[in-house]
Design a protein around this ligand. Structure first.
Ligand SMILES: Cc1ncc(C[n+]2csc(CCOP(=O)(O)OP(=O)(O)O)c2C)c(N)n1
Ligand SMILES: [Mg+2]
Length: 392
């Protein structure tokens, strides 16, 4: 464990050490930024090169969805977009460690995890275009709806995990049946009451939940130094469960660490906190301008740790993939981008009244009344028939 002497050693914690976690003693890393495999005493990556080629494809496709969505927002086709740029490995590594029966509670940035759960990317675009509230069926993919209320989903995740305990799908010893929950959240979210409350509940009830924190160093314009004076993963100890820091730009390490944490949860050994140490390479959302509050040399520094480049370097160096493969993935990603663009532009505008139908499974009398009032209001416009086409 880190030797915190509460003296000059603090520089290690939130001085330069924060900005070059590679040197941190507790960072689990299995693939260096140069694309070299590393051994770790407790974690190993146990899949073959075929799986790594698959991860490469996942990483590229996730980034391509992201760049296309960002472009669509810039052209006025999406209201807003929250980019995952730089966080692809944290999401694909953890997402690929999940079993089909596990359940995911995402934030608003988990496009790479959505990809791993086979959620149609057009559904993500629909949400950010404002034509629906998230068009996917959570139970079809075991992937919840995006949550904008910072940290709230950690409570939902913990409650869901406790439900799994009561359903008897934890610790049965049947690998096809035992299930766990993973909750995604950011570094800023760790300052929320909800997150700390969920840690306590998960701990004392030994809930099968993995808390996956993507420490991308920023909560909009607030740096990590404003969230914590110790490494985030150290906090887990105070709640009574293990915490571990993994190189969030290393897809192999993220996979290995998440797999271990999910296994613990499924077998009934309780929660784990994973701090995936990464960097938000883009803006917080398309409404944000990070040049107002951070220096570009920070970005340049993290570009050298790009999560995709290191996998490509590994595959090239070892001969596990050649130019032909990389070109094939590029072509596939461009085809996906073209399909997304076309699909996004073709999305019909929703009926203004349909929002009332999406709130509860069963309509309440209050909501029915509000819907009727709104319908009357809409109908009061002189050009109502045109505006309301399809609204009733
Ligand atoms: C309860 C709540 N408070 C404030 C906000 C506004 N808000 C949106 S994103 C954000 C920062 C979140 O930062 P972090 O948890 O690090 O996640 P990241 O966006 O970096 O992935 C804030 C404060 C919100 N959505 N919900
Ligand atoms: Mg953050």
């Amino acid at each position: 464990m880190t030797n915190l002497d509460f003296g000059s050693g603090l520089g290690e914690v939130f001085g330069p050490g924060q900005h070059d976690a590679r040197r941190g003693p507790d960072l689990v890393q299995l693939l260096t930024p140069e694309g070299e495999r590393r051994e770790h005493p407790h974690f190993s990556f146990d899949l073959d090169d075929d799986a790594i080629r698959g991860f490469y494809r996942d990483l590229v496709m996730s980034r391509r969805i992201d760049t296309e969505a960002t472009a669509l927002q810039r052209q006025g086709e999406l209201g807003i977009w929250a980019s995952l740029l730089g966080q692809e490995a944290a999401q694909v590594g953890s997402g690929r460690a999940l079993s089909p029966q596990d359940f995911v509670f995402p934030t608003y940035r988990e496009h790479g995890v959505a990809w791993c759960r086979d959620v149609e990317p057009l559904h993500l675009l629909g949400l950010f275009r404002g034509v629906d509230q998230g068009g996917w069926e959570p139970t079809e993919h075991n992937f919840g709806l995006y949550t904008i209320v910072i940290g709230a989903q950690t409570l939902h995740a913990t409650g869901y995990a406790m439900g799994m305990q009561r359903d008897g799908v934890v610790g049965t010893g049947d690998a096809g049946r035992d299930a766990a929950v993973i909750a995604y959240f950011g570094d800023g979210a760790t300052s929320q009451g909800d997150v700390n409350e969920s840690f306590i509940w998960a701990s004392v009830f030994n809930a099968p939940v993995v808390f996956f924190c993507q420490n991308n160093q920023w909560a909009i314009s607030e740096p990590i130094e404003r969230q914590t004076r110790i490494p985030l993963y150290h906090r887990a100890l105070g709640f009574g469960f293990p915490g571990i820091r993994v190189d969030g730009n290393d897809v192999l390490a993220c996979y290995a660490v998440t797999q271990m944490a999910l296994r613990r949860a499924r077998e009934g050994s309780g929660p784990t906190f994973i701090e995936a140490y990464t960097y938000r390479m883009g803006a917080h959302t398309t409404s944000d301008d990070p040049t107002k509050y951070r220096l570009t040399d920070e970005l340049e520094h993290w570009k050298l740790k790009d999560p995709i480049a290191r996998v490509k370097a590994y595959l090239s160096r070892t001969g596990a993939a050649d130019e032909g493969y990389f070109n094939e993935v590029d072509t596939e990603s461009n085809a996906l981008a073209a399909r997304l663009r076309e699909g996004c532009l073709a999305m019909p505008d929703p009926s203004p009244l349909s929002i009332f139908d999406q709130v509860y499974a069963d309509q309440t009398p209050e909501l029915a009344e509000q819907k009727a009032q709104f319908a009357t209001y809409l109908a009061s416009f002189a050009d109502a028939p045109e505006n309301l086409e399809g609204a009733r």
